[in-house]
Each structure stands twice: as C-alpha cells, then as structure tokens.
Design a protein around this ligand. Structure first.
Ligand code: ATP
Ligand code: MG
Length: 427
C-alpha cells in the first residue's frame, strides 16, 4: 500500500474546518489592515533561497528540497515565502509611491527536517509582508496584527518576544561579541553549533540541544545598537505600549535567517511543548537589494498553521462541520429521479442540501438526515407527489406539514432557522 511521505499529512474533513477557520480569520483581519493576497509559485530557482535566506543557514544547508528539472535547472520547493514574495515584488514592479506594498499569503512550505509533533516536511504558513517603509509604525502594525489575529482566533497563553538586531553594521558587531562570549564554551557545544560558531553564531541561540541551550541561556548578551537603530527600537516599543500590546524584550531572539535586520520577534504558546514557536517575523531591510531590487526596507511575519491548529485544539475551540440545511428523503419507489431534480433545484437556489442515493428505507434516510444535522427534511411520497406536494419536516420541533413542491424554496428561504449550514466555527 502506498502511504503519504514521511513528514507529510492529509488534512481530513473533520480537521479541515479548523484550517478554514484559521485561513478565513486571517483573510478577514489582514484585509482590515490593508493587506492583499499574493500567491507565488511553490517551485522557484534554488538560487533565490540560497541568496535570500543565506547559504550558511540550516534551511539552505540541510532542509531545502532541491532538484534538477528536465531542463537541468536547479529548482527548489519553497522553504518559506518571504524570498518568493520579494522576487515577485521586484519582478512585477510592485513598489508603491508613498507607503508600503502590503501583502499576505498562505500555503505549503517544504523543509526536510526530522518530523515530530508540530514539525513536518510539508507544513503550512500564513503570513504578511509589508515592503517599502522603514517606519517604526509599520513594525508596530505588523506585530499588533499578529496579536489581533491570535485574539480573533481565540488562541490563549501566548507571549510576544521582541528584540532588535540593528542595522547590518550593528549585527556584525554583535556577531563578533557573541563569538567572544561563546568562545570559552566552544568545546562543550554540539557539532552543529561548533560549525555555527564560525558560520552563523546567531544560530546557536536557536539550538534545541540541552547543553547548548543551557550555554546560550547563560551567555552574556549586551544590546549595542547605533543611535538610529536604538531610537527606531524605542519607537516600536512605544507604539506597542500605546496599543496595549504586551511583549517582553529578549536579546536572545536573533532569528536564524540572514536577511533579518532591526526589529525581530517571535510568538510562543504555552500548550505546545518543545515546539512552542507559532510565529516568527521582523524587518529585513537588505533583502530586496540583495535579490536585485532597489534598496527597500520591509517587514513581515509567518505563522505555522499546524501549530496554530494545535494551539486551538488545546483551548478546545469547537467547530462544527458543514451540515446541510435540507435533506431530501424519498418514500415512493419511482420518485428518485424527481427527488434528484428537487435536490438540484434546492442547491441551485443556494440551499445546502443532501440526499441518500442508495434507495434505503425511509427510516434509515431519516436517521441519516439526523446524523448529518439537517434542519429540515423534504419527504417525497407517492400520494403527496400526485397532488404536486411533499411533506416538509422541521427537525428541531418535529412539526411536519404538506407543502406545494413549487413553494419549497421560497418557504425555506423565509424560515428562520438556527441551524444555518454555513459551516462556520463557533468558539
Ligand atoms: P523552528 O525553530 O521551530 O525550526 P524556524 O525558526 O525554522 O522554527 P521560521 O522559518 O521562522 O521557523 O518559520 C515561522 C514559523 O513556521 C515557525 O514559528 C513555526 O510555527 C512554523 N514552522 C517552521 N518550520 C516548521 C515545520 N517544519 N513544521 C511545522 N511548522 C513549522
Ligand atoms: Mg527550523
């Protein structure tokens, strides 16, 4: 039997409701903040990510799916969306006169990691990018948006951790400082972190190994930003304070990707155990230029959808599957074609409807209607049908009455029912 690849998962009907809820809540709130959807290809030239994310990062060195296509081009499955969106921004000349291009996205990403709870090889992200402004208001907007998204979803027990890496110059100075501070502990670091020491010392702060974690927790970090970056960071914090967005400043939030500058942040959630990061983001003022565009500041974030779904399950967010408003039941043998036509006209009128095609007894059809959560059942029987009628049963009260076939749709449209088949989530 062929099974799904390791690290990939089917999202089955019961669970996809939760995913739709996450996505539609995202779309709503992103639109309110002025972000429009962008959909970029899942495959890109591998060099886009190597240059964008950085060739010394874990993603590029160990996690990216790269292959040669039939034309011998080096192609990668996207491990994240930011580099692709910046490519699209440059390629489609999306720069806005006055202000930032504000974009949101959702879709699958691919990283060849060791699969575990909350970590997959194909996983989904939902996020935003705002390209074209260095304003601290924009940093604050993006962080406030992430928080509002969580509140709308009903995610509880989350924490925003904030830091500033400063400009490229500040970042280089900090890297030198970090190297000095990690040096006495070098021998105790894991092999990966020993390699990181030279190549990407910031990444040591993200190591999940016990020994390295303790070392990183205890190592001294001094925040040393230039005046401009210091004042930018101060304004971001002030804006967040004014909006009442809670955060803690954590100088060990450094993010592993090369493109980050200035403000960086992570959001963790208490119920997720070791894989507690649900969102990561920040400024990437050098990426547009790095990928061949004009020097353009930008910021954004990405949520992991699997982890959002886990966090929502932890607060037992209740969601109801889509249920039909009407079930068409057949009580006369020859009436199936008529019932099928009625079903189609109900659906044509926008009324969610179902029937059973397996010609079972009326009793078992009624059981199915109940199981599906139908608000009403239309019963087609020989005697009523001869009079151009059917029986309409209200499943919540049990009341039933005869109704003209050609009046069913208008009757159903006017009846106010609590069981509307919108399939939306109620928490
Ligand atoms: P981690 O430290 O957990 O590996 P990361 O730094 O690699 O995270 P980012 O690249 O910043 O993560 O991605 C942003 C978010 O996407 C993460 O906070 C997480 O919620 C989610 N994410 C990242 N990798 C995976 C994965 N392999 N499976 C599921 N979700 C993931
Ligand atoms: Mg990772």
């Amino acid at each position: 039997m062929i099974k799904a690849l390791r690290g990939t998962k089917d999202i089955l009907p019961g669970e996809s409701d939760l995913w739709q809820f996450i996505e539609s809540t995202g779309r709503d709130i992103f639109n309110i903040y002025g972000y429009n959807e962008i959909r970029t290809p899942i495959i890109e030239e591998a060099s886009l990510f190597i240059r964008g994310i950085g060739d010394l990062t874990d993603i590029v060195q160990k996690e990216m799916y790269v292959f040669s296509d039939r034309g011998n081009r080096r192609v990668a499955l996207r491990p994240e969306a930011t580099a692709s969106i910046v490519r699209a921004y440059i390629e489609n000349s999306m720069s806005q006169s006055g202000g930032a291009a504000k974009l949101f996205y959702t879709g699958p990403m691919f990283r060849s990691e060791r699969p575990q709870q909350g970590r997959q090889r194909q996983f989904y992200q939902i996020g935003v990018e705002a390209i074209g402004s260095d304003s601290p208001f924009l940093d604050a907007e993006v962080i406030a948006l992430a928080v509002r998204f969580l509140d709308r979803l009903g995610v509880k027990n989350y924490h925003v951790k904030l830091n500033s890496l400063g400009c490229q110059k500040d970042k280089m100075a900090a890297i030198a400082k970090h190297k000095e501070n990690f040096k006495p502990h070098f021998e105790k670091l894991c092999d990966t972190c020993k390699a990181r020491f030279d190549k990407n010392v910031l990444r040591i702060f993200d190591c999940k190994g016990d020994t390295c974690r303790v070392i990183a927790e205890n190592v001294k970090v001094e925040a040393a930003l230039c005046n401009d970056c210091e004042s930018h960071f101060k304004k971001v914090k002030q804006c967040l304070d004014e909006l009442g967005v809670k955060y803690t400043v954590d100088h060990k939030i450094v993010r592993g990707l090369d493109y980050y500058t200035k403000t960086v942040f992570e959001i963790t959630q208490d119920d997720l155990g070791a894989k507690d990061a649900i969102c990561a983001g920040g400024r990437y003022n050098n990426l547009v230029k790095e990928l061949g565009g004009k020097d353009t500041p930008a910021t954004g974030f990405a949520f992991g959808v699997e982890r959002l779904a886990l966090a929502l399950k932890a607060v037992s967010c209740q969601h109801s599957a889509v249920s039909p408003k009407v079930f068409v039941a057949v009580a006369g043998e020859g009436l199936y074609p008529e019932a099928f036509k009625l079903l189609d006209s109900l659906r044509g009128a926008g009324i969610a409807s179902e029937m059973d095609y397996d010609e079972r007894s009326l009793k078992s059809q009624m059981r199915k209607a109940e199981k599906l959560g139908a608000g009403f059942v239309v019963i087609l029987g020989e005697d009523e049908f001869k009079k151009g009628k059917a029986v309409l049963k209200d499943m919540s009260s049990g009341d039933q009455k005869e109704i003209m076939l050609n009046e069913i749709i208008s009757a159903l449209h006017t009846i106010k029912t609590s069981q509307v088949a919108e399939g939306n989530l109620r928490s």
